[in-house]
Design a protein around this ligand. Structure first.
Ligand code: UTP
Length: 224
């Protein structure tokens, strides 16, 4: 199988905890023993701190996006430090990622161009390389009918369609550094490509469960 993993920066990078990065690296290597895996790493809190400082200095949203992308690439380099069999090159675009994946069981990249988050980067990559599944390892345990932090009656879906996902995330904002369960562009790419997607609480031990489609208590399956 060909697997694309979108690994949220807020999951991977928690106070520069090397043990945690190692734990993710081990899980990725164990998937790579059986499958080809391409990982897109997010920026997390460090990216958000850079973006808010740049914005307060007068940066426009596109410049903020470039800054965020820079941090995602740093995080990608940190992750490959712990994965021997990963390509040493962090691809700048999908064609380069595809090319590298021919000879490397693991390819890790960050963001690409402004206007979206690494969720969309991962969805576009999954479409381009014709991945069998897109795993979105994020900081929430799936997709809810409303923001569970604001609405106590919000309910978590175990399965939804891509169309339903689009209507849920359409309500969110799209500024640099903003957080939604998944970004709108990603949801639209998932719909048009029909790629099976799992959105789940991205702790290292959940990645293999998500790959098997075992989402009970940890996430949501999005049928393309
Ligand atoms: P992230 O994908 O990390 O955003 O990209 P996020 O939603 O904060 O995800 P977590 O916290 O890592 O889970 C950080 C920022 O980098 C820019 C955007 O501004 C995004 O908010 N970015 C990222 C781009 O402009 N293009 C990309 O392809 C990726």
């Amino acid at each position: 199988m060909k697997v694309v993993l979108s690994l949220g920066g807020s999951m991977l990078m928690q106070d520069f905890n090397a043990e945690r990065v190692k734990h993710y690296a081990e899980k990725i290597e164990s998937i790579a023993a059986k499958h080809r895996i391409l990982v897109v790493v997010g920026g997390g809190r460090v990216a958000r701190d850079y973006i808010s400082t740049a914005r307060s200095l007068g940066a426009d949203e596109t410049l903020c996006d470039y800054i965020g992308t820079g941090v995602t690439k740093l995080n990608a380099m940190l992750l490959i430090s712990a994965i021997e069999q990963a390509s040493r090159i962090i691809p700048d675009d999908f064609r380069q990622a595809y090319e590298l994946s021919i000879n490397h069981p693991v390819v890790v990249m960050g963001g690409t161009f402004p206007g979206h988050t690494t969720d969309a980067t991962a969805a576009l990559l999954a479409e381009f390389v014709r991945a069998d599944v897109l795993l979105n390892a994020t900081s929430v345990d799936g997709v809810y009918s409303a923001d569970p932090k604001k609405d106590p009656n919000a309910m978590r879906y175990e399965r939804i369609t891509a169309k339903e996902l689009i209507s849920i995330v359409s309500a969110g904002e799209s500024k640099a550094g903003s957080s939604n369960v998944i970004d709108l562009l990603a949801a639209k790419v998932i719909e048009r490509s029909g790629i099976k997607t799992i959105i789940f609480l991205g702790e290292p031990e959940n990645i293999e469960k998500a790959l098997k489609g075992e989402v009970k208590g940890i996430g949501t399956v999005v049928e393309g």
